[in-house]
Design a protein around this ligand. Structure first.
Ligand code: ADP
Ligand code: MG
Length: 149
């Protein structure tokens, strides 16, 4: 496990930017954390690292948004899929080209394979954020070695 703490939105975006720069096609990042913990903020930073020009917003009402950059970014927010138990065909995105970032992955775990980077975000009492990284797969261990925080 690897841990980073960010004091504000800018630091979280900076952390995301590093992740985006180091990401490889086919990777999957799972973002766990309460509402307002910073999942979308981190994803915005990932977008910066991938040189995506479009503004990345929470895809809550679309569930999936796709952005083009150095890698294609598939941004999924499964928040509204709790208990839905339906195959919505996300496997195609997740197994395909590009980087897939998933907010609220616990609701669609049956569509997610065994290899991913689990990122747990904790809101601390002083409003800073703790990011715990758990690599599931060698390529994510390699990626984490590149991330300095
Ligand atoms: P989520 O997608 O997890 O629901 P967002 O990224 O949309 O969360 O929102 C995070 C909120 O927390 C924003 O309102 C942001 O201003 C605030 N915030 C405070 N501190 C931080 C931090 N260190 N990193 C990210 N967001 C922070
Ligand atoms: Mg969000």
């Amino acid at each position: 496990m690897y841990t980073c703490i960010t004091k504000n939105v800018e630091e979280t975006k900076e952390l995301g930017k590093k992740l985006g720069k180091s990401a490889k096609s086919g990777m999957v990042f799972l973002l766990y954390g309460d509402l307002g913990s910073g999942k979308t903020c981190l994803t915005k930073g990932i977008g910066l690292g991938l040189n995506i020009n479009a503004t990345i917003n929470s895809p809550t009402f679309n569930i999936l948004k796709i952005y083009e950059g150095d890698l294609t970014l598939n941004h999924i927010d499964a928040y509204r899929l709790e208990g839905i138990n339906q195959d919505l065909g996300f496997d195609e995105q997740i197994d395909g080209e590009g980087l897939t970032v998933i907010e609220w992955p616990q609701y669609i775990m049956d569509t997610i394979g065994d290899n991913y980077l689990k990122i747990e975000i904790i809101i601390n009492e002083d409003d800073t954020r703790t990011f715990n990284f758990y690599p599931y797969g060698k390529e994510y261990e390699v990626l984490l070695k590149e991330i300095v925080c």
